[in-house]
Design a protein around this ligand. Sequence first.
Ligand SMILES: *Cc1c(COP(=O)(O)O)cnc(C)c1O
Length: 416
Amino acid sequence: MIAPENDDLWTRLRAEFHLPPGQIYLDGNSLGLLSRRAEDQLTACLQAWKQHGIGGWQTAGWIDLPERLAARLEPLLCAAPRSVALTGQTTNNLHQLLATLYDPTNTQRPVILADALNFASDHHAISSHLQLRGRDPEQDLRLVGSVDGATLTTADIVAAMTENVQVIVLPSVLYVSGQLLDLARITAEARKRGILIGWDLSHSVGVVPHELDANGADFAFWCNYKYLNAGPGAIGGLYLNQRHHDRAPGMAGWWGVQPDVRFNLEPHHTPAAGAARLQVGTPPILSLAPLAGSLDLFDEAGGISAIRERSLLLNARLLHRVITDLVPRGFELITPEAPHERGGHLALRHPAAGQICPALRERGIVPDYRHPAVLRLSPNAFYTAPDEVDEAVDRLIEIMETRAYENFPRVETAAP
Ligand SMILES: *Cc1c(COP(=O)(O)O)cnc(C)c1O
C-alpha cells in the first residue's frame, strides 16, 4: 500500500503535466509528455532570445547549460561528477563513444559484441562505424541471439564474451519486450575479461535507477525524450567512466574544448575536463531548455528510487490485469514477470496487434505499436493515475470481446 501523503504527491505531480485531452497516455516510453515546468523553461529561453539576442549566452546562462544539466543527471545514474555530457543524439553519441574508445588496430580483439534484439539504429551505427575504421562488420560485429525472440539470457551474453571481443554494446532495457538486463553482473563479467562495455539506456534512464560507476561500466548513451520528458528529438546524453577521461575525443569539435580557451579558436584542441570533451558543436539550447524543467520534477518526486517504486507499483497493477484478463483472451506477455527484470513498460504479443492499437486509440487509449505484432503499454510514474490502468485494460477487453479491432486496417508504421 502507498501512504496517503504519497498519493497526494503523485496527484500533484500529475497536475504538472499537459495531459492530452480525452486520452489515457501509455506511450511515455516513446515520447514523454510535456510538463508545465518544461514549457516554462522553453518559454523563458525564447523570451531571452527575443530580448537579448546573442546576449542570451551570458544573461540566460546558455553558455554552460549543458554542463549544469548534465550534473543534475548524474544522481539518476550514480555517475561521478563530470562523467555525463548532454550532447548530440543517441545514435551520434554511440558513434562518438566508439570513435573514442574502439581501437581498430587491436587485431587480437577486433570484435564488437551486441545483441540481435537491440534498436536497429545501434546496429547501423556499430556496423557503419566498423566499416569506417577499416574493419568488416560481417566479421567483427557479433550478435547475441535470443531463443524466444523477446529476451536475452545472461548466460548467452557471457558465453559470447570470447577473447577476441573488444567492446560490448547492449541495451539496459530491451525496447520491445521491456526486459531489464542484469547490468551489474554483465558489466562485471565483461570487466573480468578486459572487455569494454557500454549501455544504451534509452529505455531505462529516468525510470530505473542506475549505478554506472559502482558497476564499472565504461560508457553509456541515451535519449532524453522518453522517460525524461524533454520533448521530441531532445538533446541526447552520454556517460564516460572516469578511467577514460584522459582519452582524446574520437570526433572532436570546438564545443569539446576547455571552456576558458574555447573562444580563442586555436587550431590545437585542448579537451574539456571529463565527458564534456565529447561535445562537438554549439549545443541546441532550445532542445536542452525543457530538460531543466523536467529535472525539477524528478527532484520533487524524491529522486529516481521513488519514481522506480511508483512505476513498479503501476506496472504491477497492469501485470495483474494482463495475467487475469488479457492472457486468457489471446495476448502473450513477453516481458519477464519479476520486477527486477522489467523496465517501465509491459509488452504484449497478439497477431492482430496492428489492428488492436488503432481500436484502442479510437477509444482514447494511447498505446505503442511495434511491428509486426507487439503492443507496448507504459503506465508513467508521473502522469498515469492507477485507475487509468484498469480503464485501459477494460477497453482492451471490450475490443477483444466485440472483435471491434476487425474494423481497422493494420497500422504499418510507428513513431520513433
Ligand atoms: C529510442 C531509442 C533510440 C533512439 O535513438 P535516436 O538517435 O535518439 O533516434 C536508440 N536506442 C534505443 C534502445 C531506443 O529505445
